[in-house]
Write a protein that binds this ligand. Structure first.
Ligand code: GDP
Length: 298
């Protein structure tokens, strides 16, 4: 069985190879920087982060009088580490009963899978968890969560033809009454009616606050690490609407290019609590910048 680090490395292999190959026996000249620029853009880092990385790297190479390609590669690695470290934020449950978490994300991002992994993780650490099936738009999403809850002995609150805000409110009431540790509220993620979706999510957020002061304590956005610059657009849109407290970036074991983290760090630095590196329970890992950079440029 492959370790999660091996899967992360495999997922980022394309970017990793593109970057590493540049430095093999290379001269430090404009051609190298041009190729580096292309590789960073290809990695989904976006124009802002790419420009920042290149400019800063060039300056350091000059200041530190770096003469060989290996040293330049090491400098890039250090620079990436500095850029990504501020995104690191260990996830800790507050001292609320319950801690209310709202989970958002477009369909297919890995929201349900992530909720399952998180709930299971908390349960195995002795925390009592309640899930709210707030994606009332997709019957299948509700069913999926119900079945999963039954199998894992986790209560799921659901309403067949419900208003998502009502489901969320019920869940908080129930969590308070039972003295639970965590209430996790799943939400809809349909795309075609973005504007309406944001209004609906804002309403869920407001209603959670009415159910319990200070709730939701966490508003997480789940994004698919394979969607490149579109992931950044999602972070911006959801953060504008909901003031996110954290991100989960999934599918970094797939064919993700990884650069989008640099873009997020530069353009909208919402902390990354977890990364998804597979479909199983253990495949949700805390984001640690040093590990990520190691997988990318190790
Ligand atoms: P939702 O529509 O956002 O709820 O997305 P789902 O949770 O249903 O996930 C969509 C697909 O992505 C499913 O096939 C999941 O198994 C898969 N998936 C989710 N997270 C990961 C991950 O970190 N790695 C991989 N390889 N697949 C994932």
């Amino acid at each position: 069985k492959q370790s999660w680090m091996a899967r992360l490395k495999a997922g980022l292999a394309k970017t990793s190879n593109n970057l590493s190959v540049l430095f093999v026996g290379a001269k430090i000249d404009d051609a190298l920087y041009d190729e580096l620029e292309a590789a960073l853009l290809m990695s989904d880092a976006g124009v802002d982060a790419t420009t920042y990385l290149l400019d800063t790297l060039k300056r350091r190479v000059k200041e530190d009088k770096l003469l060989d390609a290996a040293a330049v590669k090491a400098a890039l690695k250090q620079l990436l580490l500095e850029l990504l470290t501020p995104l690191e934020r260990p996830f800790e449950l507050g001292r609320h009963t319950p801690t209310v978490m709202m989970i958002a994300g477009v369909n297919g991002a890995g929201k349900t899978t992530t909720i399952g992994k998180l709930a299971k993780h908390m349960q195995t650490h002795g925390q009592s968890v309640l899930l709210a099936a707030g994606d009332t738009f997709r019957a299948a999403a509700r069913e999926q969560l119900m079945v999963w809850g039954q199998r894992n002995n986790i209560t799921v609150i659901s309403q067949a033809s419900g208003d998502p805000a009502a489901v969320a409110f019920d869940a908080v009431q129930s969590g308070k009454a039972k003295g639970l540790d965590v209430v996790m509220v799943d939400t809809a993620g349909r795309l075609p009616t973005q504007l309406h979706l944001m209004e609906e999510l804002k309403k869920v957020q407001r209603v959670l606050g009415k159910g319990m002061e200070g709730a939701p304590h966490e508003t997480l956005l789940v994004i698919d690490g394979n969607t490149g610059q579109n992931a950044l657009a999602q972070v911006k849109a959801f953060d504008d609407a909901l003031k996110l407290t954290g991100l989960v970036i999934t599918k970094l074991d797939g064919t993700a290019k990884g650069g989008v983290l640099a873009a997020i760090a530069r353009v909208r630095p919402v902390p990354v609590y977890f990364i998804g590196v597979g479909e199983k329970i253990d495949d949700l890992q805390p984001f640690v910048a040093a590990e990520f950079v190691e997988a990318l440029l190790g």
